[in-house]
Design a protein around this ligand. Structure first.
Ligand SMILES: Nc1ncnc2c1ncn2[C@@H]1O[C@H](COP(=O)(O)OP(=O)(O)O)[C@@H](O)[C@H]1O
Ligand SMILES: [Mg+2]
Length: 426
């Protein structure tokens, strides 16, 4: 098969701006559905902008680019795609929506087609257009009142049935964000939210439990976006989480924050995620954080690891952690928390996805404490964080039932996910 080069202009919304500006040109060589290589060059005009942000912190640092020498970049670590570009692409769910729209088989499109078909409401501040003079696509978001239609369309996608004309809003609102679960982006209370739906084979009330778990994390003083639950006429629940990559501008438009996953920040391929660790993210925080953020972000990350151990969330891979560009201090901050779901389990020996401490991925509190030093946290402070979080999570059932309105039966279904601190070294 002959390889093709796909050339696109990468745009970015700079801080406070409703419109995006061209940042540079991306060339991706593809052979069928396979990507062979990528190159990127910053535009001269972009580099002259005072607010210019690095498009990809691992592969496209501005340090060399700002010297004025024109430079072509390739991704680090022999990757074929830049991580920041991959973060802006649809994942399993978004791909199924696009394939439904285009009436093609799963995973049969080129990466460039998935990228260009995923609409402009994508994760983060990047946008992709054929040329520097191409206009923006429509940024309109479906309203919360449209949720019943979005849910009906999402069911069709899950059942591999064509989505009828009157439900086609999902084609713009569905593929914008990554992840595998059914979802869409919506406008609610005049702000931008991610709406997460139930899935066909869910064993329990996933939207209700995910929201309760995020609210429990807030009680533990972790940094969580605003959440809500909406029940539509069919009785289905939808979890809403406010988008941390959007901000309402004074004129009523949305600004966009530049964000990348921890996978991108570490310059790794998806397959390398299980071999990585919380300590590796912490080391990166120390390198790319700002004077104001490193200490707080390291403690927050340590707290999230402890929380994941206690609530039994082992889906803590590197794309479920992210960083937000801080334009004022020119550094990266840990994003707010998202995608935390307890996983019911029988075995007493459990593991997280990422390595926790000296005993690898083993999900115990003493393992968490063993590497606190690698987060720059002193032993006494690490114990304080563990105690604070364990103290709240211990009361999860009362909180879920009394404050979050979940039924005893629903809580019973996830109870085995939660750990007793005393049984795991607490
Ligand atoms: N509150 C949020 N603001 C901005 N982006 C988010 C938010 N929550 C999730 N995301 C992005 O959307 C992706 C999918 O969401 P996630 O909750 O991880 O879904 P899934 O359960 O399908 O994995 C995440 O990987 C992240 O890039
Ligand atoms: Mg996820």
């Amino acid at each position: 098969m002959i390889s093709d080069a796909w050339i696109t202009t990468v745009f970015i919304h700079l801080p406070g701006a409703a419109e995006a500006v061209p940042a540079g040109q991306l060339i991706v060589k593809e052979e069928g559905a396979r990507v062979l290589s990528s190159t990127f060059g910053y535009g001269k005009k972009y580099l002259e902008r005072q607010k210019a942000a690095p498009i990809d912190p691992a592969s496209l640092s501005l340090d060399g680019a700002l010297s004025g020498k024109e430079q072509l970049y390739e991704p680090v670590n022999a990757l074929v795609m830049f991580g920041a570009i991959r973060d802006a692409m649809p994942d399993a769910w978004g791909r199924r929506v696009i394939e439904n729209k285009m009436k093609v088989e799963p995973n049969s499109l080129r990466e460039s087609e998935y990228l260009m078909q995923s609409g402009t409401n994508r994760f983060g501040a990047l946008d992709f257009r054929p040329s520097a003079s191409s206009p923006a696509q429509s940024k309109a978001l479906p309203d919360i009142a449209d949720l019943p239609y979005l849910l009906e369309a999402a069911d069709k996608v899950q059942n591999h049935e064509p989505v009828p004309q009157h439900l086609r809003q999902l084609f713009d609102a569905g593929p914008s964000m990554g992840g595998a679960r059914p979802k869409a982006v919506v406008s609610y209370k005049g702000r931008a939210w991610l709406a997460k739906f139930d899935a066909r084979d869910d064993a329990f009330d996933v939207p209700g439990i995910e929201q309760a778990c995020l609210e429990l994390a807030r009680k533990c003083q972790l940094n969580v976006p605003e959440t809500d639950i909406v029940t539509v006429a069919s009785g289905k629940k939808v979890m809403l989480i406010e988008r941390f990559d959007r901000e309402l501008l004074p004129g009523g438009d949305f600004g966009r924050r530049h964000v990348v996953s921890a996978l991108t920040m570490l310059g790794l391929h998806e397959s390398e995620s299980p071999k990585s660790s919380y300590a590796a993210i912490a080391r990166r925080i120390a390198e790319i954080g700002t004077k104001n953020s490193v200490k707080a972000d390291s403690e927050e990350l340590f707290g999230r690891m402890v929380f994941n151990i206690l609530v039994g969330n082992d889906d803590d891979h590197l794309r479920n952690h992210a960083f937000v560009w801080d334009a004022t201090h020119r550094g990266w901050m840990l994003s707010p928390l998202y995608d935390v779901l307890p996983k019911p389990q029988q075995s007493s020996e459990r593991f997280l996805h990422l390595s926790v401490g000296a005993r690898g991925r083993l999900a115990t509190l003493d393992n968490a404490l063993s590497h606190a030093g690698q987060f720059g946290i002193l032993p006494a402070r690490a114990k304080e964080i563990v105690n604070r979080i364990a103290g709240e999570v211990r009361e999860w059932r009362t909180f879920f039932e009394s404050d979050m309105g979940l039924s005893t039966a629903t809580c019973d279904k996830v109870a085995s996910a939660f750990r007793k601190p005393s049984e795991i070294g607490g």
